[in-house]
Ligand binder design. Structure first.
Ligand code: 9Z3
Length: 348
């Protein structure tokens, strides 16, 4: 079936695509969380994490997915919490989460950490204990996890489809607008560029009898523009740009900054993302002392140039099984916290 592609603006998207069922309940909880954090004087970061799906049928059997395990988001959330931020962790259902990520089912199954001790008396229930070699690591993660829960600084939300993601992002960012400069957005989720509007979806499972399958998808509206201009003016916005062609990384990151006018794009190459990223931002036009005027050319040049900051870590080629491995997210978050703090202090 061939239908004309529709060009969706953010406005026409939300006017025509259905909102997720639990949106209002989710928003109410986010509002309570933001109010509490604002009262306690904390900065709040929205971390988005994991890939979005694009269902092909209304009774969904098949869907398109975006690559992301959720490592970047879950790991960064932990470092933001450590730095004193409150975190709204908006992630793809079943992708990695802060703290529990250390014991994910495939890489570090937690059942392998537990021992069954012999019962103390006949008929008694056997005790379960943690394997001695794993205790120190578990204690560290568990302590941080319990502290965060006691302070109430982590709030978790889930999405599955790109539609859930867009509705939630808009609603959460509007709630965060009250935080003004204390709100940070760390958009690490891998978001589909294409989607199938509900009006064009087949109700039932697409049948295979007709031979080839061709589907024409529409473009997901560029959501960063209204996020920057309308939903949360004043927030510090960091988006990620993922490429597989290293040569496209800088041009695409610069293009995003130019188009949306937000604070930072972090560019990462799919295969190098665990040890190398680049921060791209617009160069600030320097404020000159009173009485001194900058030439037109110099102002123009400064406004058109980008600052690029490469962040790299050395990863061991053959890491030892139990040796701690440096995580690049620690340095990414440290750099962002520094920039955000400076930005809060220096902007009127
Ligand atoms: C990223 O680039 C993330 O860093 C990764 C993290 C998805 C690579 P993992 O979860 O991977 O640790 O396995 N996220 C943003 C990807 C994205 O969809 N960006 C859009 C784009 O590139 C703009 S928002 O066009």
């Amino acid at each position: 079936m061939h239908t004309e592609p529709t060009t969706f603006s953010a406005e026409s998207y939300f006017a025509t695509q259905p909102s997720p069922q639990h949106l209002q309940q989710d928003v109410d909880k986010v509002r309570d969380f933001v109010t509490k954090q604002a009262k306690e004087g904390r900065s709040v970061v929205l971390v988005t994490s994991g890939g979005t799906t694009v269902p092909l049928e209304l009774n969904v059997v098949r869907f398109l997915d975006n690559f992301s395990a959720g490592t970047r988001g879950a790991t960064s959330a932990e470092y933001f919490l450590k730095a004193g931020y409150a975190v709204i962790f908006m992630h793809r259902q079943f992708s990695l989460q802060p703290f529990s990520r250390h014991y994910s089912h495939s890489t570090n199954p937690f059942l392998d950490f537990l021992d069954i001790d012999p019962p103390e008396a006949a008929g008694a229930i056997p005790r379960i204990s943690v394997t001695p070699s794993k205790r120190a690591d578990l204690l560290e993660v568990l302590t941080a996890y319990k502290e965060v829960h006691a302070r109430g600084t982590l709030h978790t939300l889930t999405f599955v489809t790109v539609n859930d993601y867009l509705w939630l992002l808009r609603a959460v960012s509007k709630e965060m607008a009250v935080l003004k400069r204390r709100a940070m957005f760390y958009l690490a989720a891998a978001v589909s560029d294409f989607f199938l509007p509900t009006q064009k979806m087949s109700e039932h499972k697409i049948q295979s009898g007709k031979g080839n399958l061709s589907i024409e998808m529409d473009q997901v509206p560029k959501i960063l523009k209204p996020l920057v201009d309308e939903w949360t003016p004043g927030g510090y916005i960091v988006s990620f740009k993922l490429e597989t062609d290293q040569d496209l990384l800088l041009p695409k990151a610069r293009q995003a900054i130019e188009r949306y006018g937000h604070q930072v794009v972090i560019g990462n190459d799919l295969h190098r993302r665990k040890f190398e990223v680049v921060f791209v931002s617009k160069k600030l036009v320097p404020t000159l002392p009173p009485g001194i005027e900058q030439t037109k050319e110099a102002t123009q040049q400064a406004a058109n140039s980008f600052s690029e900051y490469w962040l790299r870590i050395n990863l061991p080629e053959h890491p030892l099984p139990d040796a701690p491995v440096k995580e690049i997210e620690e340095d990414i978050v440290q750099e962002l916290v520094r920039r955000h703090t400076e930005w809060i202090e220096n902007t009127p």
